[in-house]
Design a protein around this ligand. Structure first.
Ligand code: MN
Length: 714
C-alpha cells in the first residue's frame, strides 16, 4: 500500500506549496474510517481512495483534489458525516466530497430515470467545480482497473457500458487523454473481449517480426529532421486496440488492410519548428492525401494542438505523424491538469474553458424530464455527437449528421429561419453541409429567406424539424388564403355582386371568424363551401353554371395583366452583361433561395442554395455571387388543367395542397361548372417545365377526391 509520506512527496515534487497537513490528516481519517472494510479483490478498502489520490497526483493535481480523493468514499461508506468533513477539512473540501458522493450512486442505479437524475447531478456538480469530475474520473479509472474482481457479470457490463458512454467521452472532453484511452480499453475488454484479444494478438505478432521496423522508422525520421537542422524528439507507439477496432468497423476493413497502426510523435522547440518539421517530412516522404490536419491553427475544443499528417514513411510503412511543441505535448498528455502547473486553482473558475459545461446545463434546463435529459445527453451528447462553436466560442452540441440548418436553429429560431448558408472554419458552405467536431460555424442569414420544405428532409435535430414544419404550415395557410380569396370572388360573381372584403362582414359573423384571412383560409382549405358562402351573400340566388368561354376570356385578361410585370432579367444581383444558366442539378425555380457561381467566360450558373453541388465550390468563395429573384418573376410558365372534383369538405384544400407540395403555384382558379356532387375547375399553375406539370398532374390523379384531370390546350 502507498505510504503516507510517499503521497506527500509525490505531490511536493510538482507543487512546492503542498498542503502537507491536510493530506496527512485526510490519509489517517480515511484509513481509520474505512477500518477493516474490504474491496471485492480482498484488498483493504482504504487502498482504493489511496490509489485514486495517486492517480490524481500522477496528473499533478492540487492538494484539494488529493484530499478529496482520499475522503471521497467516507461519507457514503463509513459512519463519517459531511459535518465531520466540514469541521476537520473546511467548507471547500466538504463541498467537493459532497459532489463526488452524490455522483457515486450513478453506477448503482439500473432504473433509467434514476440514472438520468444522477447524471444530471454529475453535470451540476462539475459545473460548480471541475475537480469533482476529476476525482470522479480517477475513481472510475481505479474501479475499472479492478473490475475483474466484481463477481456479477451484469454489473461489470453495466459499468463498462457507462464508462464507454459517459466517462470516457468526459475524460476526452477535458483533454485527459491517457485516462480516456485506458478507460476505453478497459471497457472494451469487458464489452468485447474476443475482438480486443484478437487485435492484441495480431499486434504482438506484428511486433515480434517488426520490432526493428519501428526502431528503423524512428531513426530515419530523426535523420530527416536533423538534415533540416531540427533538434527533435521522435517516438513511436501502437494505436490502441479499440481505435483499431473502430477503424476496422468504420472502413469495414480487415486488420491486414490497416497499415497505419503505428503513430509517431515528433516534439520540437517552437510552433515555427513544427511547420518546418512538417515541411521536412513532406519533402522526404510521399504524402497520403486527406490526412493532414492543422490543430495548431485550429485547436480541438479541449485545447489539443498538433500537426497531424500521414505519409508513406521509411521502410515504405504507412504511418501517422503528430508534430507538436513540448508545451502542446503537456496539454495533450495532462489536459486540464497541465493548467495547474502554471496557475493553480485558476482553471477551476476559468469560464472560457468550461463553456461546454454550461451548455450542457442549458440542455438540462430545457429538457422536460430526467428521462428526456438522458436521451439528450447520454445518447445525443456523447455517442453520436458533434461539438461545434459559434464565432464567439460558445459551444453547440448537435447529433451526428447535423447540418448548418440544425446549427442555425440551435443558435436561435430566427437565425434558423433566415439561414442561407454558413462559413465553416472560414469557408463558405451551403445550408445542407454536414458539420464535424470542432467546426467553427458562422451562420449567414438573409432577411428575405424563409425555410424551404426540402430542409425537413436533411435536418437532424427535432428542434429544426418542428420549426420548419410549423413555418411550412403557415405558408400553406397563405396558399389556402389566396385560394380562398379566388373562391370568394367566384362566389361574389355567382351571387351577382362586385367583390369587396366589406361584403364579407356578415359571413365572418355567421361563421364566427375573426379576420378576412381566416375566412379565406377556411374557404381555401374547404372547411366550408362556396355554396354556403353564396347562401349568406345572396340568400335567394341559386348557383348557376358559368359559361366556360367567358371564363377563359377572364383568364386571359388576368394573365396579360400579369405580363406587364415581366422584366428583362428575373434575377437581382447579376453582373450586367453576364450570361445566366440555371443549374441542371437543382433546377432553381422562382422562389427558391439561390446562389450564383461565376465561371469566367461562361457567365453565372444559378444553383438552389441547398444544392449539394455547391460544396465543390466551398473553397472558392470569390466565385460565389449573391443573387435573388425579382419580386415578380414570370420565368415560370403557366400550365392549365381542368379538374373534376367531388364536392366534399376539404376537397379544394387537398388540390391546393398537392399542387403546393409538388412545387406548383396556383396563379388562377375558376369554377367552370358545378353540380351537387361534383364541380369542375380550371386551374392555372405556374411550373418550370412540362415535366413539372406532368408530375403535378400525376400527383393530383393520385388524390381520391379528384375524379378526372386533364391538361387544357395541350
Ligand atoms: Mn470510490
Amino acid at each position: 500500500m502507498i505510504r503516507q509520506f510517499e503521497l506527500v512527496e509525490k505531490v511536493r515534487d510538482y507543487d512546492p506549496a503542498v498542503n502537507e497537513v491536510g493530506i496527512n490528516k485526510a490519509y489517517i481519517f480515511a484509513m481509520q474510517k474505512h477500518g477493516s472494510q474490504r474491496r471485492a479483490s480482498g484488498d483493504p478498502y482504504f487502498s482504493h481512495p489511496l490509489e485514486v489520490a495517486w492517480l490524481l497526483a500522477d496528473m499533478r493535481l492540487d492538494s484539494g483534489s488529493i484530499i478529496t480523493a482520499l475522503l471521497h468514499d467516507t461519507v457514503e461508506d463509513t459512519d463519517a458525516s459531511l459535518t465531520d468533513i466540514k469541521r476537520l477539512f473546511g467548507e471547500d473540501i466538504a463541498r467537493l466530497v459532497d459532489g463526488v458522493t452524490k455522483l457515486n450512486k450513478i453506477e448503482i442505479q439500473s432504473d433509467r430515470t434514476k440514472q438520468a437524475e444522477n447524471f444530471r447531478k454529475l453535470v451540476l456538480a462539475m459545473s460548480e467545480d471541475i475537480r469533482v469530475l476529476l476525482v470522479k474520473l480517477a475513481d472510475r479509472l481505479h474501479n475499472m482497473r479492478t473490475l475483474g474482481f466484481v463477481k456479477s457479470e451484469v454489473s461489470r457490463r453495466r459499468s463498462a457500458a457507462e464508462t464507454m458512454d459517459i466517462y470516457a467521452p468526459l475524460a476526452e472532453r477535458i483533454g485527459m487523454q491517457p485516462w480516456r484511452d485506458e478507460l476505453v480499453d478497459l471497457a472494451f475488454a469487458e464489452l468485447n473481449p474476443d475482438a480486443r484479444n484478437s487485435i492484441i494478438t495480431r499486434l504482438e505478432l506484428l511486433r515480434s517480426n517488426g520490432r526493428d521496423l519501428s526502431e528503423k522508422v524512428i531513426v530515419a525520421l530523426h535523420k530527416t529532421l536533423s538534415e533540416s537542422a531540427l533538434n527533435a524528439e521522435v517516438s513511436g507507439r501502437e494505436k490502441a486496440a479499440y481505435s483499431i477496432w473502430t477503424k476496422m468497423q468504420r472502413k469495414a476493413a480487415p486488420f491486414e488492410a490497416l497499415t497505419d497502426i503505428m503513430a509517431f510523435r515528433v516534439i520540437v522547440g517552437s510552433v515555427e519548428e513544427c511547420y518546418r518539421a512538417l515541411g521536412a517530412i513532406h519533402g522526404a516522404y510521399q504524402v497520403l492525401p486527406g490526412r493532414f490536419k492543422d490543430y495548431i491553427s485550429t485547436p480541438k475544443p479541449n485545447g489539443y494542438q498538433s500537426l497531424h499528417t500521414g505519409v508513406i514513411g521509411p521502410e515504405r510503412m504507412r504511418i501517422e505523424v503528430q508534430i507538436r511543441t513540448r508545451e502542446m505535448h503537456e496539454i495533450a498528455e495532462y489536459g486540464l491538469a497541465s493548467h495547474w502547473r502554471y496557475k493553480q486553482g485558476d482553471a477551476v473558475h476559468d469560464g472560457k474553458q468550461f463553456a461546454w459545461i454550461r451548455s450542457l446545463l442549458d440542455i438540462l434546463d430545457e429538457a422536460g424530464g430526467a428521462e428526456e435529459f438522458l436521451e439528450h445527453t447520454k445518447l445525443e451528447m456523447f455517442q453520436d455527437q458533434v461539438f461545434c462553436f459559434t464565432p464567439k466560442g460558445d459551444l453547440i452540441g448537435l447529433p451526428n449528421g447535423a447540418t448548418v440548418v440544425d446549427f442555425a436553429y440551435a443558435v436561435h429560431s430566427e437565425v434558423g429561419d433566415h439561414c442561407v448558408g454558413a462559413r465553416i472554419n472560414g469557408r463558405i458552405a451551403p445550408v445542407r453541409s454536414k458539420l464535424s467536431n470542432g467546426d467553427e460555424v458562422e451562420v449567414l442569414t438573409s432577411k428575405n429567406k424563409t425555410p424551404s420544405p426540402e430542409w425537413g428532409q436533411f435536418v437532424a435535430t427535432g428542434r429544426a424539424k418542428a420549426r420548419i414544419r410549423r413555418l411550412i404550415r403557415l405558408e400553406q395557410r397563405d396558399q389556402y388564403i389566396s385560394l380562398g380569396r379566388e373562391v370568394a370572388k367566384a362566389a361574389a360573381a355567382e351571387a351577382g355582386q362586385n367583390f369587396s372584403e366589406r361584403m364579407l362582414r356578415p359571413v365572418l359573423k355567421k361563421f364566427k371568424l375573426e379576420t378576412h384571412d381566416d375566412l379565406f383560409a377556411a374557404l381555401g382549405e374547404g372547411l366550408f363551401t362556396e355554396a354556403e358562402l353564396i347562401s349568406v351573400l345572396a340568400p335567394k340566388a341559386a348557383p348557376s353554371i358559368t359559361k366556360v368561354g367567358e371564363d377563359r376570356q377572364a383568364g386571359k385578361s388576368a394573365a396579360s395583366q400579369e405580363n406587364t410585370n415581366v422584366k428583362a432579367l428575373p434575377l437581382k444581383g447579376l453582373i450586367p452583361g453576364m450570361a445566366v444558366h440555371y443549374a441542371r442539378c437543382c433546377h432553381p425555380l422562382p422562389g427558391d433561395q439561390i446562389i450564383g457561381i461565376v465561371t469566367s467566360g461562361k457567365g453565372v450558373t444559378v444553383h438552389v442554395s441547398d444544392c449539394a453541388t455547391l460544396e465543390a465550390f466551398s473553397h472558392t468563395p470569390e466565385r460565389w455571387l449573391d443573387v435573388d429573384w425579382e419580386e415578380k418573376s414570370l420565368e415560370r410558365r403557366v400550365g392549365r388543367v381542368r379538374i373534376t372534383l367531388q364536392n366534399s369538405p376539404g376537397a379544394l384544400g387537398a388540390v391546393s395542397n398537392t399542387i403546393g407540395r409538388q412545387g406548383g403555384n396556383i396563379s388562377n382558379l375558376r369554377f367552370s361548372s358545378r353540380a351537387e356532387d361534383f364541380f369542375e375547375l380550371i386551374v392555372d399553375i405556374e411550373v418550370d417545365s412540362l415535366d413539372h406539370l406532368a408530375i403535378i398532374i400525376a400527383a393530383l390523379r393520385a388524390d381520391s377526391v379528384i375524379t378526372t384531370i386533364e391538361r387544357e390546350g395541350a
